[in-house]
Design a protein around this ligand. Structure first.
Ligand code: AMP
Ligand code: ZN
Length: 113
């Protein structure tokens, strides 16, 4: 499958790894929107939020555990952070491999996506 994030997981495209386990990979966003901007993705290819279901939702729950761990590791747990997933055209999704943006390290626009 011709998917940028699958290639990143496979190591075919370089990334700055922040975390990895059996089912989840996290790396720095190439074009950060905040001082801390990490993408957390399932290793399993899922196109978007639209494709989360009872078969694959365990990895999504795990991603939120990882997000909380990374917030502590990156020292934004006390100052605050945002976890965002853009789904589809109106939200501006550009990569169709489910991903969660972990943003923090500075005050963010209340309406920022
Ligand atoms: P979205 O717009 O929600 O689909 O988010 C896609 C994100 O992937 C954007 O924030 C991009 O900056 C980021 N991105 C695209 N290519 C790369 C890459 N090669 N390495 C790291 N982040 C990337
Ligand atoms: Zn993929």
């Amino acid at each position: 499958m011709d998917c940028l994030f699958c290639k990143i997981i496979a190591g075919e495209i370089p990334s700055t790894k922040v975390y990895e386990d059996e089912t989840v990979y996290a790396f720095k966003d190439i074009s950060p929107m905040a001082k801390v901007h990490v993408l957390i993705i399932p290793k399993q290819h899922i196109d978007s939020m639209n494709d989360i279901n009872s078969e694959n939702s365990a990895v999504v729950a795990h991603i939120f555990e990882v997000a909380a761990e990374l917030a502590k590791k990156l020292e934004i747990d006390k100052t605050g952070y945002r976890v965002v997933s853009n789904c589809g055209k109106d939200a501006g999704q550009t990569v169709f491999h489910l991903h969660f943006h972990l943003l923090g390290g500075e005050e963010m626009n209340p309406r920022m996506a």
